[in-house]
Design a protein around this ligand. Structure first.
Ligand code: BGC
Length: 746
């Protein structure tokens, strides 16, 4: 086959270290000079202090290295940043201590503002299901605005790790399995957090994490090793990080895992060659919690001294909570193992951000209690949270039109362990506000909209226990109602960091309870509230209506009631494939075809499948229903050949053929039919979310240029190859409604 390399070579395996490039930076005028002037005044110890980050005494998310007096360390300039300190009052008090240090270098305050600060938004995986980039950006914008008003300068978000394994608890923090969708969402979130730019009082620094490939932990077990070919790394796992750099992300966080035997924290190829070299990233890299010291457990270094040497030389600028830098860097410099210029480069990167944030002009500018009070938890922010929450909901099944519920129903039974849940619907990585916290439960949300309908309630069972003591009451409650709505799922700490599960079935005996209620013969709606794709085959086969609500945050109950009553027509589409069984994992839509593809689930004769289970997923990537129906037609291509730089445009009509207004996410997939190396059976290349009134139709156009046809070859060159490409347009990755093809001529 004629191969034509049209683009540049992405990887030069040069080990030249990017720290020496003191090139022109895009910083605001004068900042570089100010940084240099300050650097001149700093002792080596003061420089190392800037690279040191400790947790405050707020909420630890890892093992705390609790020795010494942190306040005293701040006064002596031994700490450059603190995490887990929040609130204008607390941040101000610590900043006052920093102002007692010799050079008065302000502290940076970082926090995991993952899905909201005071107002909790849906978990990121849920928001990804909205496929609504504007709403996602807005949610990050509000989170950033609230956090900045509360003294926070820096969020450890977005997490942009691609994840193809729902056993991994941290899937809840990301945008799911797809690189294209994930890259757009990474960009939207970075833009949202950083707003109009650092220096504005409502902007926080974003932090793209976890660099890199953390989502590919073997067996879905958190912190585990990653064994991955470089082509997959470049093609599937790195693009969302590149998108974050392009969107101006101020910082990166590295990851706990090793990649092919080299811990990411000590990985010069990842941090120096790719991030700071090839991509020209000018911000700084913080380690993950203790990950520098953890290289000892990895078996990569023998002690903290060696850990500090390896990490700083590999491009990890700031040490989060391992104390390796503060305890060892000075000696390493004196002994010539680390060049002072390496330290200077890391310090410069951090000081630039402190200047950009305006902290040298006024270290307290983010710590203003009045502004904090005015900004947090406003009705406008709560309304935005409700809006994105309902957009994140995915309707999986709706037979016999059980949904939407009629307002004329006499009674609805609300059954299940999550009907009155608050914290559990808020989800992992939400910020604890103690007594001030209020989350609209499903029960409350339903009360707000039920009108004359009587709401009955029975818990039925706990989330994960095995007792059936509550079943009888639940069944009798169901028998008294016209319709039953069941709230089932995971507890808030069943998905999240270190929350990997080998068994991702609905926990406890919840599915048994569903069977008992379904047996009453009443119309049943099952709501699934979870931080990951779950397995629930009996429910999927037998219950007429299933709604995946994920964990939706502060306005969960209102948003779900909006959907149940049809005040909002669901439009979410799954950002991850749902398996039928853990045995199918990893499972994702953009796989290679193999030499013996099964044509369907029954095609088992020496075919690639399972003899004891279908190979198809339970629900495919991109899947989600609406209360209305859509018709796709009239596919037109501007040309059947692409040559030169002229793109092909594909257009088609989309019509709302049902009785209510609704939104559809029309998806474009491509397949490169013959290529070396082989290409996936389909890849998402574009999508459009459109709202149509009943009977209304619109023309949707996608543009396909060579960039969309490019991929990495075995030498990691970004290329296209001439030949035939198949176009597939549909409502999900497994529901192709229109197809066609074109040829790339040169
Ligand atoms: C997590 C990070 C988080 C950090 C700080 C670590 O354990 O992996 O994602 O930002 O803690 O809380």
């Amino acid at each position: 086959m004629l191969k034509k390399i049209i683009s540049f070579t992405l990887i030069t395996f040069c080990f030249s270290i990017a720290y020496s490039q003191k090139k022109k930076s895009p910083t605001a005028p004068g900042i570089d000079e100010k940084v240099e002037a300050l650097l001149q005044k700093m002792t080596l110890d003061e420089k190392i202090g800037q690279l040191n980050q400790y947790t405050g005494d707020w909420e630890a998310t890892g093992p705390v290295t609790n020795s010494g007096n942190k306040l005293e360390d701040v006064k002596q300039g031994k700490i450059g940043s603190m995490l887990n300190v929040k609130g204008a009052k607390h941040t101000r008090a610590l900043q006052e201590a920093a102002m007692q240090s010799r050079l008065k270098i302000p502290l940076l305050f970082g926090l995991d503002v993952i899905h909201g600060y005071r107002v909790t938004f849906p978990i990121p995986l849920a928001e990804a299901a909205s496929w609504d980039l504007e709403a996602i950006e807005k949610s990050a914008r509000i989170a950033g605005t609230e956090a900045a008003a509360s003294g926070i300068h820096w969020t450890f978000a977005p997490m942009v790790d691609i994840a193809r394994d729902p056993r991994w608890g941290r899937v809840m923090e990301g945008a799911g399995e797809d690189t294209y969708l994930g890259s757009l969402i990474a960009k939207a979130r970075v833009k949202g957090f950083q707003g109009k730019g650092l220096g504005n009082l409502d902007a926080v620094m974003a932090c793209a994490k976890h660099f890199a490939a953390y989502g590919a932990a073997i067996g879905g077990r958190d912190y585990n090793s990653v064994d991955m070919g470089l082509r997959t790394l470049w093609e599937v796992y790195l693009p969302p990080f590149k998108a974050a750099v392009d969107a101006g992300a101020a910082t990166f966080m590295n990851s706990f895992n090793d990649i092919n035997g080299i811990p990411a924290t000590g990985n010069s190829y990842i941090q120096r060659d790719i991030l700071k070299g090839k991509w020209g990233f000018k911000g700084f890299v913080v380690s993950d919690w203790g990950s520098i010291g953890e290289m000892i457990q990895h078996g990569y270094v023998k002690d903290n001294y060696e850990a500090a040497e390896v990490a700083i030389n590999a491009g990890s600028d700031m040490d989060m909570e391992s104390r390796s830098y503060i305890n060892n860097l000075a000696k390493l410099v004196k002994e010539g193992k680390v060049k002072e210029e390496v330290i200077n480069d890391a310090v410069r990167r951090i000081l630039v951000k402190k200047f950009e944030l305006g902290l040298f002009d006024d270290p307290y500018r983010f710590s203003n209690e009045q502004r904090e009070k005015k900004t947090l938890n406003t009705p406008e922010f709560l309304e935005a949270a409700r809006d994105v929450a309902r957009k994140s909901i995915v309707l999986l099944k709706n037979e016999k039109q059980v949904l939407p519920l009629s307002k004329d129903l006499k009674s609805v039974a609300l059954i299940g362990p999550l009907v009155k849940a608050e914290k559990d619907m808020q989800g992992f990585w939400s910020i604890d506000w103690g007594k001030e916290d209020h989350l609209v439960s499903l029960y409350e949300g339903m009360q707000n909209q039920a009108g004359k309908t009587r709401l009955l309630y029975a818990k039925g069972c706990e989330i994960s226990d095995t007792s059936k003591a509550g079943f009888a009451e639940a069944v009798s409650t169901a028998q008294q109602a016209d319709v039953v709505v069941m709230a089932m799922g995971e507890k808030y700490d069943m998905s999240g960091e270190a929350k990997s599960r080998a068994n991702i079935h609905l926990p406890g005996n919840q599915e048994e309870l569903i069977k008992a209620i379904q047996a009453t013969g009443k119309p049943v709606v099952v709501l699934l509230m979870a931080g990951r794709p779950l397995v629930f085959n009996w429910t999927a086969d037998n219950v007429p209506a299933i709604v995946y609500t994920w964990w939706l945050g502060s306005q969960a109950g209102n948003a779900i009631a909006d959907v149940l009553y049809g005040n909002y027509n669901p439009s979410g589409k799954l950002p991850m494939t749902f398996p039928r069984s853990e045995g199918q994992i990893p499972i994702y839509y953009n796989y290679f075809n193999t030499g013996r593809p099964a044509k369907d689930d029954n095609d088992l004769n020496y075919r690639s499948g399972y003899i004891d289970m279908q190979k198809s997923p339970r629900y495919a990537f991109g899947y989600g229903l609406s209360y209305t129906t859509f018709e796709y037609g009239n596919l037109k291509l501007s040309d059947t050949n692409i040559s030169g730089n002229k793109p092909v445009t594909v257009s088609f009509t989309l019509k709302n053929t049902g009785n209510v207004a609704g939104e559809e996410v029309a998806q474009l997939y491509l397949q490169d039919m013959v290529a070396r190396p082989v290409r996936p059976v389909k890849e998402l290349k574009d999508f459009k979310k459109v709202m149509l009134k009943p009977g209304e139709s619109t023309t949707i156009t996608f543009t396909i240029d060579k960039e969309k046809l490019s991929f990495y070859n075995e030498n990691l060159e970004w290329i296209t190859q001439p030949g035939e490409f198949k176009i597939m347009i549909g409502s999900s990755s497994d529901a192709v409604k229109l197809d066609g093809s074109f040829t790339l001529v040169d």
